[in-house]
Design a protein around this ligand. Structure first.
Ligand code: 5GP
Length: 186
């Protein structure tokens, strides 16, 4: 890996819905050296999700206005909803001695790869299809139709793992977190 990559503070974590990205990022951000971007989305909040912490929840019209104002470093449509990473906080962390995490889908990660080849790209996978489906079902926040849609998208997303610097299989959360901490040397 190049020297640029080693010293970079921007880390992109992608992987299918159900791969466990959110849990992994929640563990990683317990370290004070690690901060996470808060994305904008047009989907509705799930139970327990907090405005401005888990996401900034906005109407589609407002999201489209932000696109026109170039407020996103990337954005993508995922299962009928828009998701985007605000560019401001990324600019602010330039040169800071922290790790800045973006947990985003594959389409968004591909956009950032063009703009920030210096970032570190990590793809998270569930150990197998059965586990992935079970994890999607266990969330209980989505109906079967949405779960199946997400599963189909997951199968497609998995084909993109080859573009990432690292691929981490999330079988046991602790092990996956340790592996990533090793990669990031934190
Ligand atoms: P969920 O609805 O489960 O929170 O997220 C659905 C997908 O959108 C996940 O793969 C999640 O990582 C991704 N996502 C979350 N925020 C962003 C973002 O800012 N940009 C993009 N491209 N994807 C995002």
């Amino acid at each position: 890996m190049s020297v640029n990559k080693k010293s970079c503070s921007l880390v992109i974590i992608s992987g299918p819905s159900g791969s466990g990205k959110t849990s992994i990022c929640n563990e990683l951000t317990k370290n004070s050296k690690v901060k996470q971007s808060v994305s904008y989305t047009t989907r509705s909040p799930r139970d327990g999700e907090r405005e401005g912490i888990d996401y900034c929840f906005v109407e589609r019209d407002d999201f489209e206005k932000l696109i026109k104002k170039n407020k996103f470093i990337e954005y993508a449509e995922y299962c009928g909803h828009l998701y985007g990473t605000p560019i401001g906080p990324i600019r602010e962390v330039v040169g800071e001695k922290i790790i800045f995490l973006l947990a985003i889908d594959v389409k968004g990660a591909m956009q950032i790869m063009e703009k920030r080849p210096d970032a570190i790209y990590i793809f998270i996978m569930a150990p197998d299809d059965e586990t992935l489906k079970l994890r999607l079902k266990n969330r209980l926040t989505e109906d079967d139709n949405i779960i199946n849609k997400r599963f189909m998208v997951a199968k497609e997303e998995m084909k993109s793992s080859k573009h990432y610097d690292y691929c981490v299989i999330n079988d046991k959360l602790d092990d996956a977190v340790k592996e990533i901490e090793g990669i990031l040397q934190i």
